[in-house]
Design a protein around this ligand. Sequence first.
Ligand code: B12
Length: 286
Amino acid sequence: MNSKDVALLMGVNVSTIKRWTDANKLPCYQTPGGHRKFTLGHINQFLKNNKNKIQKVNLIELNGLADKELIHHIEHAEFTKIIPIFFKAAIEANQAKISTIITGLYLKGVGLDSIYDQLVFPVMRFIGDLWEARKLTIPEEHLASEVVRKAIYDLGESLTTDLPDDAPLAICFSVTGDDHELPLIMTKQILELNEIRVFNMGRSVPVKSIVDLLERLGPRYLIISANYHSNQEMIINEINELQHIISNQRIKLIVGGNASSIFKTILGKKVIIINNMHELKLKFIK
Ligand code: B12
């Protein structure tokens, strides 16, 4: 965003934005031509530190959304009111609304961990329950998860922070046969906001295939999102591979997701189980 966009969003003059940036209150990037550019991360940081200055973010400017009631709920981070609206928008594949809700909450200073645990998680779970009860078709479920995935991914892209090369490195992925990727995208964002560099290797990655890479990159953390496995024998083999890696290379293994218990059973104290994004943030908070 440029200074004008941010001024509109915060309901102040462009000159006020310039003053805040000059006083280092509002972080920004400066282009070689001297123009100020802002990411959502910059704005979120400012809003958190200056709650007294800005009472109201003009979310109406986001995606041209004119839904006053929704804006009110976002302004007050009323999750119980937002959940049904978010659910309906996901089912209707209303990308603009889904993105506005997620971005809007973030701009209001709500942490990503809260947005993911308290909004995205219950809604996706409900969508999964409906699908299981055959009240949603597979394409409907796929479409809903796709619009949510896109909104989360896009938010992450607009948060980009430049981390130094010597910042601790984490590699995250989900094991062979697990195609659930939302928690991986979330994990990357939450760690990067806490100054951990992350390579997200994506979903369904065979452990064996990344052994060399791990040796080369020497990450401090290996983070696995385990949400589904179809074959008990295969997952046990994968976990045994992991056991080699973490004992040979000094890597901390962290596993999350509703299929993580098998990792705990086999690896015991060698693995740290984290149950949600809030716990993840607490573990890495700067
Ligand atoms: C969306 C979805 C899909 C999408 C995924 C799309 C994508 N691009 O990611 C698609 C359509 C591909 C899919 C496919 C399948 N899915 Co599915 N899916 C879901 C659904 C509806 C939501 C998952 C989601 O993204 N939730 C949102 C995130 C935020 O929540 P979450 O994943 O639970 O993660 C939270 C915590 O668990 C934790 N967490 C999770 N991982 C991690 C990792 C770390 C590091 C940390 C710290 C925390 C953490 O933090 C998160 C936030 O609070 C769930 C429903 C449910 N009840 O969970 C089923 C669900 C996960 N799927 C399931 C199944 C069975 C399948 C299929 C086999 C269906 C089929 N017959 O084809 C396939 C398998 C595909 C495969 N090979 O993996 C089961 C898994 C049951 C199990 N554990 O054995 C579930 C639970 C549905 C159900 N009730 O049966 N699925």
